[in-house]
Design a binder for this molecule. Sequence first.
Ligand code: GAR
Length: 187
Amino acid sequence: MKRIVIFASGSGSNAENIISFFRDKPKVTVAAVLTNKKSAKVLERCDRLGVPAFYFNKSAFKDSDAVLHFLHGLNTDLIVLAGFLWKIPSNLIDAFPNKIINIHPALLPKYGGKGMYGDRVHQAIKENKEVETGITIHYVNENYDEGAIIFQAKTAVETSDDVDTIAQKVHQLEYEHFPKVIEKLLS
Ligand code: GAR
């Protein structure tokens, strides 16, 4: 059984989708969800779904090996960032080479980097009158959104689309593809 740990900072709709996808699969399980935000909606989702969820603060994450030890204790095979907004420290990158992946709500290398997350990305897509956007699933290195790309999928942006419409289109792509890409990586 391969064990995923999901990191999420916010709503956690991707986390829930991944948990649901693997619920009846024998080879992969979501061992836990970790968050850096005590008020994150993902914690309510985990409660409802019966998945263990844990909070850590910035100093535990950046200035100690506490999270690293915790992940080893969970026998983590793959770390999945699903709407997680802090940069991953080098102790984790070194301990989990090519075992940390992120989903970004745009077609990297465009619209990535510090401060580019969630609706901010969709707002920029709208302002720049892009005709397409999409998702990128990539390995995580020490720079925001710069690791090797594993998978991308595109969707058209219509001039009539507002930020919410773009966000919905991107979320649909995320829900459709992210669990399958994880499954493939672990097979
Ligand atoms: C997702 O769209 C994800 O791609 C994005 O945050 C959203 C989280 O939604 N991630 C980033 O912007 C990372 N730079 P969710 O909490 O409902 O899964």
